[in-house]
Design a protein around this ligand. Structure first.
Ligand SMILES: Nc1ncnc2c1ncn2[C@@H]1O[C@H](COP(=O)(O)OP(=O)(O)OP(=O)(O)O)[C@@H](O)[C@H]1O
Ligand SMILES: [Mg+2]
Length: 329
């Protein structure tokens, strides 16, 4: 493993078993497998923000959860700081869970409405039996709240989620991730539910935490313009696979995969003339239990050739640090 990487993901697979219907049982037919994550490969460097972007249902959240082992991968390997996560003992897995955290989209759902801010942010310390001393615990909670950008942190201790704004709630959720001093965070659409006016504050906070605390992020978003704003590199995901990965400027400035091209073409850009080169994607992402043969994108691709219907393209390096899976690139 390259020691500049904090994370290496190799051929990660998460296949769920679809619930078998009565007819399938009767005919003892094979239950279809939902290929939510179907062979995903990437590395994350220390202190890097990598966005995982793509349409709803393409497997972004499942990828993030499988990396953190919140869902069990059905194949492939994840290495965190060089350690194969599938080989960890229970104790090592607990240590890993302190270093790797997740922030969810909806701070209204992720916070317990009956818990005070103090109880919420102190909980990870208690679960992991990190400090028994009340004074020390209060200091760590106050530090986490202030690291999450909340001024006068002790004023929040006895407040409840319903007394707070959406932006404040998301900062509380971030504080309860920060309290364990993580090195890696999966941020799953962390600003999607927030008003535009408070989004930039949360994004700025994440970038500051990267700079000041060397936290690496997997930033999950369906919004490529947001990915461009925040990340060093972007991975574009389609139907369980990464179809293109590279520097954020490269991906947005000169997308190579036809799917990335279509996504980039609809990013609002005042400089672009009258919108003639916009490509509205038609159709939907394939059913993950029966993806098309060949390139999974070919039924929606305006460049598709006969080979695209037959052979699944591999992710190939087309220029330095830029990988694309398309027969035509
Ligand atoms: N526990 C599960 N059991 C069965 N299928 C699942 C399960 N979790 C996810 N899936 C399916 O796996 C696919 C990928 O889901 P996932 O939630 O990872 O997508 P996503 O890219 O995060 O989508 P969104 O942008 O809507 O959040 C979807 O087809 C989904 O229905
Ligand atoms: Mg999701």
């Amino acid at each position: 493993m390259d020691d500049r990487n904090i994370l290496e993901v190799k051929n990660l697979e998460v296949h769920f078993e679809a619930r078998s219907g009565f007819l399938n049982n009767l005919l003892s037919r094979e239950v279809p497998r939902i290929r939510a994550v179907d062979g995903v490969n990437f590395n994350l460097k220390k202190g890097e923000i990598l966005s995982l972007a793509g349409e709803s249902g393409c497997g972004k959240t499942t990828t993030g959860k499988a990396i953190l082992r919140l869902v069990e991968p059905t194949g492939g390997k994840v290495y965190f700081r060089g350690q194969d996560l599938s080989l960890l003992t229970q104790k090592e897995l607990r240590e890993f869970r302190q270093q790797a955290q997740i922030i969810f989209q909806d701070p209204y759902e992720s916070l317990n409405p009956r818990q005070t801010v103090f109880a919420t942010v102190a909980e990870p310390l208690e679960v992991n039996r990190i400090c028994d001393n009340t004074k020390e615990k209060e200091e760590r909670v106050a530090r986490a709240l202030s690291d999450a950008g909340l001024k006068n942190p002790r004023d929040y201790f006895i407040r409840y989620p319903h007394e707070l704004s959406g932006g404040q709630r998301q900062r509380i959720a971030i504080a309860s991730a920060l309290v364990l001093k993580p090195k890696f965070i999966v941020a799953d659409e962390p600003v999607t539910m927030l008003d535009l006016s408070i989004r930039s504050g949360i994004l700025k906070l994440m970038m500051e935490l990267r700079d000041n605390k060397q936290i690496s992020y997997l930033f999950i978003t369906h919004d490529l313009s947001l990915a461009w704003l925040i990340s060093d590199r972007i991975a574009v995901m389609y139907s369980g696979n990464i179809v293109e990965i590279g520097g954020a400027e490269q991906i947005i400035g000169s997308p190579a995969h036809p799917y990335t091209k279509a996504l980039v073409s609809v990013i609002p850009n005042p400089e672009r003339s009258s919108g003639t080169d916009r490509k509205l994607l038609e159709g939907e992402i394939p059913d993950p239990s029966s993806p098309p043969r060949g390139c999974k994108f070919h039924p929606r691709c305006s460049y598709a050739q006969p080979c695209c219907r037959e052979e699944r393209p591999l992710l190939r390096e087309v220029e330095k640090d830029r990988f694309v899976s398309c027969h035509l690139v």
